[in-house]
Write a protein that binds this ligand. Structure first.
Ligand SMILES: [Zn+2]
Ligand SMILES: [Zn+2]
Length: 110
């Protein structure tokens, strides 16, 4: 490596410094992402187990407060154990991706 002339070394140093900066930035981004990953983020599948799988009676459909459509006897609904409100499974799945609380009574599931 002593073979290189000093002017090339200078260029190399600039290049190395830039690489270091990129490295530091990448490391910072990585740490930032790791911290974010550790922040409490609701686990959808876990949250869904907190709701009771129910079939609503044929004569009394419930309204799903997420899509504002009816949960009829045709579908299985997921019921909040606290407020007993029933939601469509697919709606609740989307909801649980974002939030750990019941869409109706706001009870936080853990
Ligand atoms: Zn719905
Ligand atoms: Zn609820």
């Amino acid at each position: 490596m002593l073979y290189y002339a000093s002017d090339i070394d200078k260029d190399m140093n600039t290049y190395v410094n830039e690489l270091c900066l990129i490295g530091i930035m990448a490391a910072t981004m990585y740490v930032y992402k790791q911290i974010n990953a550790k922040a409490p983020k609701p686990d959808t599948d876990y949250l869904l187990t907190k709701y009771k799988r129910v079939k609503v009676p044929e004569d009394s459909p419930e309204d799903c407060v997420i899509c504002l459509d009816l949960v009829t006897f045709m579908y299985y609904g997921l019921q909040c154990k606290r407020c007993k409100h029933t939601f469509h499974k697919k709606c609740l799945r989307k909801w649980c991706d974002e939030s750990a609380s019941c869409p109706h009574c706001r009870y936080e599931y853990h």
